[in-house]
Design a protein around this ligand. Structure first.
Ligand SMILES: [Zn+2]
Ligand SMILES: [Zn+2]
Length: 264
């Protein structure tokens, strides 16, 4: 059965206002039998979102509206499609205990969630790594090189896999090569094969699933999935369940590139 396990919604503060119903009806029309809405969870309240609009996650008030809306949609479409309610939760170095408390409270309400790294800590500063190529180059400048950003990114992803976030820790690791998002902008050829394989091994050891994320194909400075397609057989040989994610922030982006990854 076709499944899309990473979908944003009108409740995303930096996405589109496309209606939930339009996402669901497109999924049904496209032959998907199982979808997960995974909106960006609220960030820890003591964490200062480093993005200019401070719109990386939902507010707690919006979270409640979101959970209600998905619950209603699940019910309304229950004969047509399985809808899972989830969140894309940020792993932020140094905020593990707040993240855990959040998951202890809201995890019981969720069916399916993703743990992702978007923020990198350098010294006492945090950066949103995937915000723009300018921010990415700024991080590279402060870290000393593009390669150093890659090192820091994979170290943070490994920490996310190992993190003790309690009984409701998400079971799926989001877009594990997001650091490639601006690879064609900086033009540095970084050999991170060993890093990616280590990440896959850690995912396999802990029994998590992996987000096979198509969004990078649409990013002009990336043009590949997260992770790149040649890691699919590697992940499969390790026994990692791969869950396709379009990471759509609009109805237009929903299920995009599924065909590239599954030859359909
Ligand atoms: Zn987003
Ligand atoms: Zn993400």
């Amino acid at each position: 059965m076709k499944r899309d396990g990473h979908i944003h919604t009108p409740f995303c503060p930096h996405g589109t206002k496309d209606e939930l119903r339009a996402y669901i009806e497109k999924a049904i029309r496209s032959g998907f039998g199982d979808i997960s809405f995974t909106e960006h969870a609220p960030l820890p309240s003591s964490f200062a979102d480093p993005t200019p609009e401070k719109d990386s996650g939902m507010s707690l008030e919006t979270l409640h509206l979101y959970l209600d809306a998905i619950k209603q949609a699940k019910d309304a479409y229950k004969n047509d499609i399985q809808i899972r309610v989830g969140l894309e939760v940020d792993y932020i170095t140094g905020y593990e205990s707040e993240t855990r408390s959040f998951l202890d409270e809201y995890g019981p309400l969720l069916d399916d969630s993703i743990l992702s790294v978007h923020f990198l800590r350098m010294g006492s500063d945090y950066f949103c790594m995937d915000y723009s190529k300018e921010v990415f180059m700024d991080i590279a400048h402060q870290a000393g090189s593009v390669e150093a950003v890659y090192e820091l990114y994979y170290k943070t992803v490994e920490a996310s896999i190992a993190a003790e976030l309690g009984a409701f820790k998400p079971k799926r690791i989001g877009h594990p090569t997001l650091v490639h998002k601006f690879q064609l902008a900086h033009g540095k050829k970084i050999d991170d094969d060993q890093h990616i394989k280590r990440v896959l091994e850690k995912i396999a050891e802990t029994g998590y699933e992996m987000d096979l994320n198509g969004a990078g194909f649409s990013k002009p400075d990336c043009l590949e999935s997260y992770p790149p397609q040649h890691y699919i057989p590697v992940a499969e040989s390790l026994g990692i369940p791969l869950i396709f994610g379009s990471d759509a922030h609009s109805v237009n982006g929903l299920h995009k590139h599924y065909g590239k990854l599954y030859n359909k």
